[in-house]
Design a protein around this ligand. Sequence first.
Ligand SMILES: [Zn+2]
Length: 173
Amino acid sequence: MVMRTVPVAALVLAVAACAPGADPSPIGTTGDGSIPANQSISLDDSGHAALANLDPALLAAVRAAAADAAARGVELKVTSGWRSREYQQRLLDEAVARYRSEEEARKLVHPPDRSRHVTGQAIDIGPTAAADWLVQHGADYGLCQAYANEMWHFELLTTPGGPCPQPQDSANG
Ligand SMILES: [Zn+2]
């Protein structure tokens, strides 16, 4: 496996998701939107639930950005998109187990009622170079980094070319 530089928080979650007992299903075959830790899918993988259930406007914006990024040698991959409520709860449960603290876990994983992944309004982009490109250029497509501690998580938060709101400190979320 090729290791790449990712924020510590992502590594911690990745480790949690890879714990013994976890049984990641092959990409493209699950209906809950799950993408195994340290893996990603292509924006062309329309049949995957993570993309099929995404807000069409969000998907279109990310695909437009990806085309421009590709022209500059940067490949945008999807590490998470739409998630079922059950999958979101599972991610939270895993984070709580990892941190032994619901409060700490919620700084990184929202409960299903609050997650914009569950409503199809959020997408996580990797690898780090791709997320960094989108942090810099996403506003051209209406895409903004929503949380200060998640440079990979994007939502449609502005009109194309408009200013992005300041990323939220998710410590309260
Ligand atoms: Zn996210």
